[in-house]
Design a binder for this molecule. Structure first.
Ligand SMILES: C[S@@+](CC[C@H](N)C(=O)[O-])C[C@H]1O[C@@H](n2cnc3c(N)ncnc32)[C@H](O)[C@@H]1O
Length: 336
């Protein structure tokens, strides 16, 4: 059986998502091939390989998927890692990126915030980990056997990576929000919108409310069993009298998610979305802070818009990749 284009895309998107979740530190080393129909299993098999880079690709195992792109079976992560041309974990790689109005360090962004003067951040623009494998976004994980009767959906199994360890909204905001002089913008799980709105209001922010990033290319997980999740939640608020640079701007922002090939972080946000926020919620030369920088999208957007940017990423491997990204982007920019 030859897959339709729609099915091929859905199957490969599901495998991409699985790779991102299972191998957040090594995803750039992994690739996959076109789905092949397995008549005995009445399912689709997608072969995992190493990325080519001029050498023969190494076969790492196959992922078996049902017609609705739910994963039936995947090779154990440890097995795949043992076949990759690197050790299972990489050592902390490199020093901070410090330069023209930009500081990006490997470390705890909350501790770093504590050392900053009160009301010194003009825009807090951040995206803390909220545990995408937890009930917040995925409902409770459904046992695999439910999938077999075809009457219910499943969520992908497995560990999404240490970077995804959920962080308590009250704990980090208690340290960071006192430092905010202007706008605060945070991504969160859909079920956390109320919590963050309450916290922002308790910290004296005004104009508090949710916003939406609508994805034009959502991953079609379980699309036969429930509406596809095509948006992410953001909560926004500001200190009284902080200017807003928009006019008639709606609080729904429509942007494409970066493709797996473009991403170095599993939950990397679109650069144009972050650039839009930087422009709406801060002024040139203002200080933009991201304590949970991931691939440093916030910092790149801020620096491109002639703001000062400070950010931290706790995971050394992710930091190494993000620091390289920042440096590559800075090279393309004109000096300020
Ligand atoms: C949801 S991701 C951010 C993705 C980012 N918006 C992007 O576009 O790539 C959250 C990141 O925060 C990092 N993190 C978690 N706790 C941290 C902490 N205390 N300090 C710094 N980074 C932290 C995680 O390792 C993860 O990479």
């Amino acid at each position: 059986m030859i897959p339709t284009t729609e099915r091929k895309l859905a199957l490969r998107a599901a495998v991409n998502e699985w790779i991102g979740g299972s191998f957040p530190e090594h995803r750039t080393l992994l690739s996959h091939e076109a789905p092949i129909y397995e008549p005995q299993a009445d399912a689709w098999s997608v072969k995992l390989t190493t990325k080519r880079n001029g050498v023969a690709a190494l076969h790492l195992g196959s992922v078996l998927l049902a017609h609705d792109a739910s994963i039936i079976e995947a090779p154990p992560a440890a097995e795949v890692l043992s076949l990759l041309p690197v050790g299972a974990t990489s050592e902390p790689t490199r020093a901070a990126v410090t330069g023209d109005r930009l500081q990006f360090g490997c470390g705890d962004g909350i501790t770093a915030a504590e050392a900053m003067p009160d009301r010194s951040i003009d825009l807090l623009l951040t995206d803390p980990p909220y545990g995408i494998s937890q009930r917040y976004t995925c409902e409770t994980q459904v046992p695999r056997r439910l999938r077999k009767d075809g009457n219910d959906f499943i969520m992908p199994k497995g560990h999404f990576g240490d970077w995804d360890e959920a962080i308590d909204p009250h704990a980090w905001t208690a340290k960071v929000l006192p430092k905010v002089a202007g706008w605060a913008v945070t991504f969160c799980a859909q079920a956390q919108i109320g919590t963050y709105c309450d916290i922002f209001a308790e910290h004296g922010l005004v104009a508090v409310g949710p916003m939406v990033w609508q994805k034009t290319n959502p991953v079609p997980f379980n699309h036969r069993y429930k509406p596809v999740n095509a948006w992410e939640a953001i909560v926004v608020g500001k200190r009284s009298r902080t200017p807003f640079n928009g006019k008639m701007v709606h609080n729904v922002f429509v942007h494409k998610s970066p493709s797996p090939q473009q991403r170095i972080h599993p939950t990397q946000k679109p650069l144009p979305l972050m650039a839009q926020f930087v422009n709406l919620f801060s002024e040139p030369d203002g200080l933009v802070f991201d304590p949970f920088a991931g691939s440093a999208t916030t910092l790149i957007a801020a620096r491109q818009a002639a703001r000062c940017a400070i950010g931290y990423e706790l995971d050394p491997t992710l930091f190494g990749l993000a620091a390289e990204r920042v440096e590559a982007e800075i090279e393309k920019m004109l000096p300020l």
